[in-house]
Design a protein around this ligand. Sequence first.
Ligand code: FES
Length: 320
Amino acid sequence: MKRTHDEANLQLVVSAKNDGADGVAVIQLQTPEGTDLPAWSPGAHIDLMLTSEITRQYSLCGDPADRSTWQIGVLREPAGRGGSQYVHDKISVGDRAHIRGPRNRFELDDSPNYLFIAGGIGITPIMTMAAEADRAGAQWTLIYGGRSRSTMAFVDELCSRYPDNVIVFPQNERGLIDLDRLLGTPLPATLIYACGPGPLLDAVTEKSRGWPDGSLRLERFSAKPLDEPVRESSFEIELSSTGSRITVQPNESILDAVTAFGVQVLSSCKEGTCGTCETPVLEGTVDHRDSLLTKIEQDANDTMMICVSRSSCPRLVLEL
Ligand code: FES
């Protein structure tokens, strides 16, 4: 379980901005003084606070051993909510960037074998994991799909560095990743890490149902559709620090209720994908509605994303 509320707030400088592929900007960030940045591990992401209203999460995709520079890859999403367009069109070398983090809700657990699956810009967290697996001497394969080679960031770098480990699926050359073949038979002692568009992750989830519990780790860029809450009526939360009790109405989130009560909890995506609002649970049963905890983590019932998750029982006690 992670507490993420003590992460850094940083003013960094954009030290480089390059085209990583069609529609992908690769941006490097440094401190204004050139000092070391906070340490991070593969799978970590940062909040890029673009304006007072626009905050977006991006995976760090450089080398964790290089403390001088952070690197992110940003896909331009014309149909998105405006964050990626802002990064592409308004951010230039020399600009200051307000950053929060890093934060890691997609950590690479130790394993002798890994199967990495990346779709499109989902390569950004996965490529750092592959490099770490390689450094650790694990057996690993990376399956990397995209619409075409020209849209697949870092594809040449990955293929030339790891020719025996990386298999690419440019859709216009060889179609979609053959998940039936890839996941049809569970591999022994193997963890699957996948990141990419929702339909790819849904398919990976479906096709890996026969694998042992806990084999699959996903990171979603956008939230799964929210299920109806288990409990339709209001419920109460108790704050362990003060014993205060707050009623959460059916049409408000726990995050909104505690904020209105005057308790400050960091939040970012507000859709259950980033992990910023993660809060320990001391009593009660959670109705998990987030898109990032694994089934095992949800079943443990000791932490929750209070921006979307709710209570299945009349009262939850939270470590707030
Ligand atoms: S604010 Fe992102 S998971 Fe709650």
